[in-house]
Write a protein of this length. Structure first.
Length: 151
């Protein structure tokens, strides 16, 4: 377990639990997406393996209850990952447009997406390898593509 993970693991419950009552915490998710998308141009998925609060949670908590079964091979398929990424982006954009710029709604969109993806990551992490979500994570996919532009 990395020292950075011990620090970052606390952000996940803060966002997914407290964020339900204080939706502006969703802006923290948006800020992390923006900052680490730019950062990934230079360092690839460095964020994922060192600072991601969800990854830290999966390593520290879910690894202890994971069945440690193989990750479905479709998760590594680039077309599947692209389709999942595009689906998440369309959903987020649609929700943001429907929010008509309301600051609370915008925060709620990001908290909701974080909560939804965390639930999926916990389920996948228990049923397969604890970091199964990381193979299909839209943020990880984006970081890989951005880093690829640098090559």
């Amino acid at each position: 377990m990395k020292k950075s993970q011990v620090i970052m693991v606390w952000l996940l419950p803060l966002i997914v639990v407290v964020g339900l009552f204080v939706p502006v915490l969703g802006y923290l998710v948006a800020a992390m997406i923006a900052f680490f998308s730019v950062f990934s141009f230079f360092k690839g998925r460095f964020w994922c393996w060192n600072f991601c609060p969800r990854g830290a949670f999966l390593d520290i908590v879910i690894s202890k209850v994971s069945l440690n079964k193989p990750v479905p091979t479709i998760f590594t398929n680039q077309h599947f990952r692209l389709a999942l990424f595009v689906s998440f982006m369309i959903f987020a954009i649609f929700r943001l447009i429907r929010g008509q710029g309301d600051l609370i709604v915008v925060g709620t969109v990001f908290v909701g997406m974080c909560l939804f993806t965390t639930a999926i990551s916990i389920l996948l992490g228990i049923l397969t390898k604890h970091r199964a979500w990381c193979t299909i994570c839209p943020m990880g996919f984006l970081q890989e593509k951005i880093h690829g532009f640098n090559k």
